[in-house]
Ligand binder design. Structure first.
Ligand code: PNW
Length: 455
């Protein structure tokens, strides 16, 4: 028995998410320019097994079938990203109509099947031509990004009603400019705050441009990983506060409150943290129609000498961990949604990514993939979301990461996050049991989330 109070809200958007570089393949097709990820993956030693996005899930050629599969699963929404260098091969200036046509066809296919598109402008694949001009370190990128966004707004607004500027600016800067595990692979404490600030200026400029051209909704997607102290020692508590400011508050604070948390300058970056002009903050702080939150895990934090945070994560003895080493901790999702409501106001919120990589068994003879751990992960996190809704959070939808097994950035094809299995030899798609479970949850408006798992 499911009481109404335990149902998901009317109109709740049930979907799945992907990103261009992770699924499309054919990165140079139809006149596209190279991106920093094409370059990075083709540099020896940068990705596991030297994996690249040259083929990926071949979605660029199989888009129609993939949308048909989404419809078969009963998805109500699909979150995808656009590859900037397909639209503007040089990053600015000349528009590549064939690149634009691909996304226009994708959106038409989705709408024909009653699936609402959520379009992300930037999911990490910067045009290489712009990296040559300094990329996120060049202040002009705010205008470059607004120009790129405007091309898409003019072509697709109305058919697309939900727009996202950036996906996870924290990962872009921490991975791309501080630790170097992601493209463009820089390692500089001095560059990181500059890249952060220009990402957020670009976000602001793209929202401003949207208000001139677009008539629907635009927001920002961030990843949040709640931080819990390992012990109550003053050192661990201070480390937890630093880690939380750096990862969780940095981007939403400046976008919604118009200032960065003071820990960034005072305790983390020190002399590497520049003073920014007031007009920059005015550009960054734009009214947003929604925020998107990507949630995978929490971390338990202790004081360490790690650079530059002086905070590190502790592995709990009793926790369950996914194949990427992330603890399964659904309560963290409830906690963070309540935290965001209290800190930023009850702004409409989508869970724009949530999911897990687990060791999946091979596709069985009868064409099934039994993935009980992923089913359990989805069930627990959907329950956590409903608990947040019960506590008054305005949660409008949920996008599983990911629709398909795909290219996990520098980890290559070694980690499978999909609810649909992809055979990279034949490109055959096989919905895993978690996909069937999720279909039923969608069909029942979430009521079946409470049912015991089938096995
Ligand atoms: C997200 N972290 O990345 C991305 O948006 C996806 O493209 C990616 O495939 C997915 O999560 C799974 O990794 C993240 O360290 C990468 O906290 C790292 C973190 C969070 C999100």
């Amino acid at each position: 028995m499911t009481s109404n109070a335990r149902r998901f809200p009317e109109g709740f958007l049930w979907g799945a998410a992907t990103a261009a570089h992770q699924i499309e393949g054919s990165p140079m097709a139809d006149g596209a320019g190279p991106s920093i990820w094409t370059r990075f993956a083709h540099t020896p030693g940068m990705t596991v097994n030297g994996d690249t996005g040259d083929v990926a899930c071949d979605h660029y050629n199989r888009m129609k079938d993939d949308v048909a599969l989404m419809a078969e699963l009963g998805l109500k929404a699909y979150r995808f990203s656009v590859s900037w260098s397909r639209i503007l091969p040089d990053g600015t200036g000349r528009v590549n109509q064939k690149g634009l046509d691909f996304y226009s066809r994708l959106v038409d296919e989705l709408l024909a099947k009653g699936i609402e598109p959520l379009l992300t402008l930037y999911h990490w694949d910067l045009p290489a031509a712009l990296d040559d001009r300094g990329g996120w370190l060049n202040r002009d990128i705010a205008q470059w990004f607004a120009e790129y966004g405007s091309v898409l707004y003019r072509a697709l607004d109305g058919r697309v009603k939900k727009w996202v500027t950036l996906n996870e600016p924290w990962v872009v800067t921490d991975g791309g400019y501080l630790h170097g595990a992601l493209a463009p692979g820089h390692r500089s404490k001095y560059e990181t705050p500059i890249a952060t600030h220009n990402l957020m200026r670009a976000h602001g400029a793209a929202v401003q441009a949207y208000r001139e051209i677009g008539k629907h909704e635009i927001g920002l997607v961030v990843n949040i990983e709640p931080k819990y102290p390992n012990t109550q020692s003053p050192e661990d508590l201070a480390a937890t506060k630093r880690a939380h400011a750096y990862m969780n508050e940095q981007y939403l604070d400046v976008a919604l409150l118009g200032k960065y948390p003071p820990e960034l300058k005072n305790e983390i970056f020190g002399d590497a943290w520049p003073e920014w002009a007031d007009e920059d903050y005015a550009l960054i702080k734009q009214k947003l129609d929604f925020i998107g939150i990507n949630y995978y895990t929490r971390s338990v934090t202790e004081a360490t000498d790690s650079y530059p945070l002086k905070a590190g994560a502790v592995r709990q003895k009793l926790g369950t961990y996914t194949e990427t080493g992330w603890e399964v901790f659904p309560q963290g999702l409830t906690d963070l949604l309540v935290w965001a409501k209290d800190r930023y106001g009850n702004i409409p919120t989508y869970i724009t990514e949530n999911g897990a990589a687990f060791f999946d068994p091979a596709v069985a003879e009868e064409g099934r993939v039994r993935d009980p751990l992923r089913m359990g992960y989805l069930k627990k996190h959907l329950t956590a979301i409903r608990n947040a809704i019960d506590q008054g959070c305005d949660i409008r939808g949920y996008m599983v990461w990911s629709l398909l097994d795909n290219l996990e950035w520098s980890l290559g094809y070694s980690k499978r996050f999909g609810i649909v299995h992809v055979n990279y030899g034949t490109q055959e798609r096989t919905p895993k049991d978690s996909a069937r479970w999720y279909s039923k949850a969608i069909q029942t408006h979430g009521a079946s989330v409470d049912d015991p798992l089938p096995y």
